[in-house]
Design a binder for this molecule. Sequence first.
Ligand code: NAI
Length: 351
Amino acid sequence: MLEQIPSQTHEAVYRADRPDLGVTFFIALHSTRLGPAFGGARMWRYQTEADALSDALRLSEGMTYKNAMAELDVGGGKSVLWLREPGKASRAAIFTAFGDILEELGGRYISAEDVGTSVADMQVVRTRTRHIAGLPPAEGRAGGDPSPWTALGVFCAMQAVLDDAGRPWRGVKVAVQGLGAVGGRLCGLLAEAGADLIVSDVSGDRAMEVAERYSAVMVDPSLILRAPVDILAPCALGGILNPQTIPDLNAQYVVGAANNQLATPEDGDQLAQRGVLYVPDYVANAGGIICAVEEFRGRNADRVDEKVRVIGPRVGDILRLADQQGRAPFRVAQAMVDDILAAPVLARVEA
Ligand code: NAI
């Protein structure tokens, strides 16, 4: 069923066309250097085949960095389920087929839920293969929706930024863009810590609900990126730090959950020149994948909690190095990942 697509940048890229299901599957294995490629399955109605494939390539590369930085003994991969004809087949049929693809890959790639997929979908996948995570917690094993862990990791990253600046939470203004599974929970943690919130979502109802619950100020989605705040938390879309948005930012720090926030690395340099401290997304938002990998290894929620909270000290280390070296934190983080990927693998395998 799987056809390999030649790639210069990735270890292996596969496609499987299933016109009977109205779906084309792309599976991108960016790197298995640290272990099996690990990363979620995104189901989306892309406009073109090129959009679907490039998302799989870009996201799987991001997973290599995220997993390496989180000190996980796995590589980077991602799958994209391109919904070409929505409604043609049931979810059960689509995820059964996806399970068969994972089984055919024989454990070189392990998947989990992502945008457009759910714990229930992963349970269907599990009926065909064991190379899957994101299942409900069971018998002391972690699992389920990874979003609370992602929110906790982002919160810990913000805590590190404030600790570095010697600031307490009280009175800190945070703008949260996107109040979904991660952004909504992040607001809860921030409100509890004593931060003042400015929130926005394209769903007005959702924004209203969060604003009421946490006494937050609600603003139009067109205004959230330029809100005058201490911390901006992008929790909706990628690519939002770009030449159009950067000149208007009014935040001192950017720390959020969205993947691939920088449109290009040069935009990271632009941010640094404007004096905005950007914590790399793949460092801050690793909580979800930490949960999935630990679940896959059969470990419990306490272990996940412990590993997610390490994101704070990790960000602290990056900020200190950035300060010492006079470089932007995202450049320092990139160099750290390059070192991890270049080091002998045995030294990193957990006992
Ligand atoms: P979600 O789909 O539950 O929430 C996203 C929210 O953003 C929705 O409420 C949506 O209406 C809103 N939104 C979309 N465009 C917007 C805009 N222009 N302005 C304001 N709001 C907008 O997604 P989730 O799970 O909360 O993830 C958020 C981001 O974090 C995504 O980029 C995701 O890829 C990333 N991420 C999520 C992880 C997880 O564990 N869920 C793990 C790592 C990254």
